[in-house]
Design a protein around this ligand. Structure first.
Ligand code: ADP
Ligand code: MG
Length: 250
């Protein structure tokens, strides 16, 4: 069992954003979560990555209980997530974003991120090498010195992927990786997701583009009003009555 979620719930005031969800993420596979707006998909990701603490339930990663660990500790274990492109520093270069963003997200506070020891300066060199490597992987080498403000939305998505990859993750959570970009650009990002999976990185993604999910995912979970209403292969999900009624329309 790779990443196991047991009876996970999250309540915000009167809203049960995630209700009693059981889910197993399969190692080395492309796992997907779909469901209508407000179904609790992002909350589910935020619970796993430690951004929110669950109201109840457990999260186990390779047998270790990570339910109450702080987000940076979870990240250190190899669990990464992409942030929205609005989290990027628009006035810095693509390269600097990957180096600095990586540092900010792996240090527990701003003090650690700014004041560095000799050892950390060496780590900085490694971070720079890593940044070049991941920029190559996501296809942004030629834009490394370009200001983020001057690249396209699709390229910003690739920077967000690069940030996650720089932490050398075992598993990456992608929250709507193709939101806000035009349809013919989604193909390239799909290919990048497949490339990540081929590298042995486990993927878990939230996506609205059903066609894309059906061709990409090995396994899908469907959330509706915080509850899991179905789980299975794309074929199984496609013909699931509950899913058709709640989400696919028909
Ligand atoms: P999805 O990603 O599937 O669109 P979300 O997980 O963002 O859904 O939201 C699920 C529900 O939880 C929604 O009703 C949303 O308004 C609520 N919610 C999400 N985050 C918060 C929060 N930080 N505080 C209060 N309510 C929240
Ligand atoms: Mg969401």
């Amino acid at each position: 069992m790779y990443l196991v979620v047991e009876k996970l719930s999250k309540q915000f005031g009167g809203i049960l954003a995630v209700q009693n969800v059981d889910f197993t993420i399969e190692k080395g596979k492309i796992n997907a979560i779909i469901g209508p707006n407000g179904a609790g998909k992002s909350t589910f990701f935020n619970l796993i990555s430690g951004v929110y603490k669950p109201t109840s339930g457990r999260i186990l990663f390779k047998g270790k209980d990570i339910t109450r660990l702080p987000a940076n500790k979870i990240a250190e274990l190899g669990v990464a997530r992409t942030f929205q492109t609005t989290h990027l520093f628009e006035n810095s270069s693509v390269f600097e974003n990957v180096v600095v963003g990586h540092r900010l997200r792996t240090k527990s506070n701003l003090f650690d991120a700014i004041f560095r020891t000799k050892r950390e300066i060496m780590e900085e060199e490694q971070a720079k090498e890593k940044a070049l490597e991941v920029l190559q992987f996501v296809g942004l080498t030629r834009l490394a010195d370009r200001k983020v403000a001057n690249i396209s939305q699709e390229e910003k998505k690739r920077v967000a992927f690069a940030l996650a990859l720089a932490t050398e993750p075992e598993i990456v959570f992608l929250d709507e990786p193709t939101a806000g970009i035009n349809p013919d650009e989604t193909e390239g990002l799909s290919e990048l997701i497949i490339k990540m999976a081929r590298q042995g990185i486990t993927i878990c993604l939230i996506e609205h583009k059903i066609k894309m999910i059906m061709s990409l995912a090995d396994k899908i979970m469907v959330l509706n009003y915080g509850e899991k209403i179905a789980e299975g292969t794309p074929e199984e999900i496609n013909r699931n009555e509950k899913v058709i009624k709640a989400y696919l329309g028909g």
